[in-house]
Ligand binder design. Structure first.
Ligand SMILES: NC(=O)c1ccc[n+]([C@@H]2O[C@H](COP(=O)([O-])OP(=O)(O)OC[C@H]3O[C@@H](n4cnc5c(N)ncnc54)[C@H](OP(=O)(O)O)[C@@H]3O)[C@@H](O)[C@H]2O)c1
Length: 245
């Protein structure tokens, strides 16, 4: 059975991506850093559905923990075939003059450093096998340039550029790299969002509604499948038509 690592899968989009990949036949490592109860519940629900999952606790921004985490996954599920870079830390809104360089590094650690170190850890194995997949979870904000989140937007923009460069470099070795860019897809952390923010957002969304985590996950499952063998270096917006570029 092929093994998928979904980072940040104890809740939110990652949890649903993990569930949908498991339904599609992947053995899934449900990564998280803090919420053991949440991650175990996701892994349990996958196993109850007759599929294979393992809750894999390690912080993706700690290289030593990441290395040990991948060893643990290899011992439990087997070598990783697919990495879904989904984990995120806090994404606080702040005016430009309050945005420290450290706040930019905080975002880059999740969206550039962690994906880089994960890829480097598995690449010798993927090169030997001439296969492997990376799916990065980006954001429409990289293109739309929302105010007060220059640090987050910069890191998601870097993630997109990195996706394209990695795709070209690794294509000759049978490894594909793509990015899925969600719009605002409500998850647990959005409970209590202001009605005005919701109305404004939906007013600017051609399809006039929010997407669901499952709709986002279906794109990931497709890109992970053999149906997407000829697709690499691409960005797929799942946002109801908000970025028609
Ligand atoms: N939801 C949206 O509207 C939306 C829109 C655009 C883009 N996105 C992108 O989609 C991805 C998922 O977003 P989300 O809304 O689902 O986020 P979320 O609900 O806040 O979930 C974040 C996940 O990351 C994990 N995490 C936090 N720190 C970690 C660390 N150091 N190492 C490993 N895991 C860690 C959290 O688990 P623990 O707390 O247990 O560690 C949690 O499972 C992010 O990349 C985000 O930027 C989301």
């Amino acid at each position: 059975m092929k093994v998928a690592l979904v980072t940040g899968a104890s809740r939110g989009l990652g949890a649903v991506i993990a569930r949908e990949l498991a339904k599609a036949g992947w053995a899934v490592a449900v990564n998280y850093a803090n919420d053991t109860q949440g991650a175990e519940a996701i892994a349990d629900s996958i196993r109850q559905g007759g599929r294979t999952a393992h809750a894999a606790k390690f912080s993706v921004i700690d290289q030593m923990a990441l290395t040990h985490g991948l060893e643990d996954i290899r011992a439990t599920l087997g070598p990783v075939d697919l990495i879904v870079n989904n984990a995120t830390g806090p994404q606080p809104d702040m005016p430009l003059m309050e945005q420290s360089w450290r706040s930019y590094l905080d975002q880059l650690e999740f969206f550039v450093k962690a994906p880089l170190e994960l890829l480097q850890a598995v690449l010798p194995d993927w090169r030997a096998r001439k296969s492997g997949r990376v799916i990065n979870i980006g954001s429409e904000i990289a293109e739309l340039g929302n105010p007060f989140v220059g640090n987050y937007a910069a890191a998601k923009g870097a993630m997109l550029s990195m996706t394209r460069s990695w795709a070209r470099e690794l294509a000759p070795e049978g490894i594909t790299v793509n990015l899925v860019a969600p719009g605002w897809i409500p998850v647990e952390r959005h409970a209590g969002a202001a009605q005005q923010a919701i109305d404004t957002y939906l007013g600017q969304t051609p399809l006039g509604r929010f997407g669901t985590p499952e709709e986002l996950a279906h794109m990931v499952v497709f890109l992970a499948s053999s149906k997407a063998d000829f697709i690499t270096g691409q960005k797929f917006a799942v946002n109801g038509g908000r970025t028609l570029l």
